[in-house]
Ligand binder design. Structure first.
Ligand code: PMP
Length: 408
């Protein structure tokens, strides 16, 4: 496995030099949002300082340059996901908008009362609530794929949930709350054999492992730029071309039309532009491209392997803490450490550990059904990225011990 030069990686992140409450920042909330390397930050200066213009419509130099950079990013994303064609890449604000696009366009056009959508108990609210909204609108039925005590999806139960009415499986590739890596390729094969489609929420997978949408045979695959070292405001929906072509538009506006008339029916642009109404987040999309190139230069294999070392070290270190219980113990899970501590509220731990410069996440992680199932309403979550160090893990573990001593 290739290794990372973590010191060199860290040097790319200006924010890692800052202090919080007088101590060096230890940033372990990467599953919520990753930090941004200067190669990505610089895109904003370059874009707004040199070639800020609206895309696709202008004939002038700046518009050409902006369009080329924006459309060039589509090709970068295509290669990143190993999609067959760049027109299968739609830019969205993020994973949430990508899933809502599928629910709104594909769902409304294809689902009828009584049709079934399977979602897993591991889902983020963004892969639950759009289907619930559709259920109240269309009368579709949501069925839940259960998990075992480790937070691993029960594939036998999954198989048993299919009926003649099952139309879609909506599942995350990696759970943000527990780090479970789901066998989405196998799940896709099962879904397809049953005549259903599969939408994969890849928000937590793309930062940690190489994703190949054709190998998975995903029908739709969504991710967010800000979790993969890119900016907020730019994300991706991948969809198979024939599915996207058959779908009606989702939002109406400029950019997504072929011709508009009051006399004859308005006609729509070809994919991907049919699904990109209005002026997109141009600088953010270009910056997302820079982030994916930055990731590719390091290599996801090296990043994932390093995060596994951090996770192993953190797991060993916090396991010594009396009364600490780790939630989510799936084999091969991603770099996410979720835990609760007897006699110490997660919220208190989060607030106090911040005083020591350590940023972790506390709360329900937008996965309330999962946490409720495990009998908790909040956990503490440390999640790792390429720039974290073993020393930071030690600082975190020592700070955690101190904080627990204070609140118990
Ligand atoms: N799915 C998963 C698994 C996530 O972790 C997140 C973000 N926490 C989302 C979806 C939503 O992503 P965004 O808020 O960027 O749209």
């Amino acid at each position: 496995v290739p290794s990372l030069d973590v010191a060199a990686v860290r040097a790319d992140f200006p924010i890692l030099a800052r202090q919080v409450h007088g101590r060096p920042l230890v940033y372990l909330d990467n599953a919520a949002t990753s930090q941004t390397p200067r190669q990505v930050i610089e895109v904003f200066d370059d874009y707004y300082g040199r070639y800020n213009a609206n895309i696709h419509r202008g004939l002038h130099t700046l518009a050409d340059e902006a369009t080329a950079a924006f459309e060039g990013t589509r090709e970068t994303v295509r290669a990143f996901l190993n999609a067959a064609e760049s027109r299968e890449i739609i830019f969205t604000r993020g994973t949430t908008e990508a899933i809502n696009l599928v629910a709104g366009a594909w769902g409304r056009a294809n689902l009828t009362p009584g049709d079934e959508v399977l979602v897993s108990l591991l889902e983020h609210h963004s892969n639950i609530v759009p289907w619930q909204l559709l259920a109240s609108e269309l009368g579709i039925v949501i069925k839940v794929i259960p998990v075992d005590e480790r937070g691993v999806l029960d594939l036998d139960a999954y198989r048993a949930l299919f009926t003649a009415r099952t139309r879609l499986v909506a599942v995350n590739h990696v759970s943000n709350a527990f780090g479970t890596v789901n066998p989405v390729g196998e799940m896709a094969a099962i879904a397809h054999a049953e005549g259903a489609l599969i939408l994969v929420d890849g928000a937590q997978a793309t930062p940690h492992q190489k994703v190949d949408v054709r190998d998975i045979d995903a029908d739709f695959y969504a991710f967010s730029g800000h979790k993969v070292y890119g900016p907020t405001g730019a994300g991706v929906l991948y969809g198979k071309a024939e599915l996207l072509e058959a779908m009606p538009p989702w939002q109406g506006g400029g950019e997504m039309i072929k011709s508009v008339s009051f006399e004859t029916p308005t006609t729509f642009a070809a994919i991907p532009h049919k699904f990109e109404a209005g002026t997109p987040a141009i600088a953010e999309v270009i910056a997302l491209g820079a982030a994916l190139k930055w990731v590719d230069a390091l290599g996801l294999e090296a990043i994932g392997a390093w995060e596994q070392r951090l996770l192993a070290h953190a797991t060993a270190r916090v396991s010594r803490i009396d009364g600490l219980r780790i939630l989510g113990t799936a084999p091969g899970k991603a770099g996410v450490l979720s835990f609760v501590v007897d006699g110490a509220h997660s919220q208190d731990i989060g607030l106090l550990i911040d005083q020591l410069g350590v940023a972790i996440r506390t709360g329900h992680h937008c996965a309330q059904p999962l946490l409720t199932h495990f009998g908790v309403d909040a956990t503490c979550r440390a999640s790792f990225a390429a720039y974290n160090t073993l020393e930071e893990v030690d600082v975190f573990a020592e700070a955690l011990e101190r904080v627990i001593g204070m609140v118990r």
